[in-house]
Design a protein around this ligand. Structure first.
Ligand code: NDP
Ligand code: 1BO
Ligand code: 1BO
Length: 316
């Protein structure tokens, strides 16, 4: 189990990726960010001090994120001081669609490069696939071919780093020859995801924890253990959950559409969760993922994936 002082990274407000590039430890999440996204991004950067924003083509808010970034840059923030992540969606996971997808994302974000481009999920969907997918809508995914095209984006300076999300140890091992793979995985005390974290650590690969508060569905801010630790440390439950992720050595991308929470969620430096409280948080029941992928990729009758367990290579 990760210790309270994972890799001595306690007070670090950034991580250095294998490529040598720096990723700010706290990023603003933008999934289901809603109509105030542009304003939220601007506030996060210009008022709360965020320098990292996580988005995705599939979130449908890249244009709004772009407006927020633009406003922040007009207010004097340099592009080079920002870390912007986006993700390629499952319908575009064929080598010839990688570059056009990135180009669309850059156009919507009004940027000329991304700091990090991620494979959103390691499954390919047919255009217009249903939820759950109908027969024949989950297609074969040429993981190596797509990855080679992602590497070409790095070579051409369109993207600084590339990475993956929602991978298993099995799938990660397939990509292990590649130099730099920062993955994003669901991680919070209610889903610690130890196996992939340990596998990445072993290979020196940095991990970002997504849904660090347990997302909307399993929000852990009212968990009694989290509340108890928060009261003891005179912090909010959200801050305790975010700090827990940082102390495991992961960067973290909490989402909020509320200015006061956006500000609260980055006030996590200059203090620490003591070992005993960290352990208490780790003992919260490690139930199951919030994001199982089932509704996106499982067709119980026709497959190719007939259960969530198959999506995760039976590692859960
Ligand atoms: P989070 O764990 O960040 O939780 C967000 C929820 O918590 C919202 O309902 C938000 O409400 C609420 N919240 C935020 N701050 C606080 C606080 N301080 N106190 C109490 N409640 C709070 O969930 P997400 O699933 O959004 O994950 C974060 C980000 O990770 C995503 O937005 C996305 O960018 C990324 N992600 C990536 C995935 C991938 O496959 N790569 C998958 C899932 C997420 P409100 O907005 O009203 O404040
Ligand atoms: C459907 C996208 C899940 C959050 O990244
Ligand atoms: C892999 C990291 C995602 C951060 O935005």
């Amino acid at each position: 189990m990760a210790s309270a002082k994972a890799m001595g990274q306690m007070e670090q407000d950034h991580f250095v990726l294998k490529s040598g590039h720096t990723m700010p430890a706290i990023g603003l999440g933008t999934w289901r960010a809603g109509s105030d996204t542009a304003q939220n991004v601007q506030t996060a950067i210009t008022e709360a001090g965020y320098r990292h924003v996580d988005t995705a083509a599939q979130y449908g808010v890249e244009k709004e994120v772009g407006q927020g970034l633009k406003a922040a840059m007009e207010a004097g923030i340099d592009r080079k001081d920002l870390f912007v992540t986006s993700k390629i969606w499952c319908t575009n996971l064929v080598p010839e669609r990688v570059r056009p997808s990135l180009k669309n994302t850059l156009k919507d974000l009004e940027l000329d490069y991304l700091d990090l481009y991620l494979i959103h999920w390691p499954f390919r969907l047919k255009d217009g696939a249903h939820m759950p997918p109908e027969a024949g809508e989950v297609l074969e995914f040429d993981m190596e071919g797509v990855w080679r095209e992602m590497e070409n984006l790095v070579k051409d300076g369109l993207v600084k780093d590339i990475g993956v999300c929602n991978y298993t140890v099995t799938k990660l091992n397939r990509l292990m020859q590649s130099a730099s793979i920062p993955p994003a995985m669901e991680m919070h005390p209610g889903w610690k995801n130890e196996k992939i974290l340990e596998a990445c650590k072993k290979h020196g690969i940095h991990v970002t924890a997504y849904s660090p508060l347990g997302s909307s569905e399993k929000n852990l801010v009212h968990d009694p253990v989290v509340e108890k630790v928060a009261n003891k440390l005179n912090k909010t439950p959200g801050q305790v959950l975010i700090k827990w992720s940082l102390q495991r050595g992961t960067s973290v991308i909490p989402k909020s559409s509320k200015d006061e929470r956006i500000k609260e969620n980055i006030q996590v430096f200059g203090w620490e969760i003591p070992e005993e409280d960290f352990k208490a948080l780790c003992s919260i029941k490690d139930d199951k993922r919030v994001l199982t992928g089932e509704e996106l990729f499982v067709n119980k009758t026709h497959g190719p994936y007939k259960s969530a367990s198959e999506l995760w290579d039976h590692e859960d």
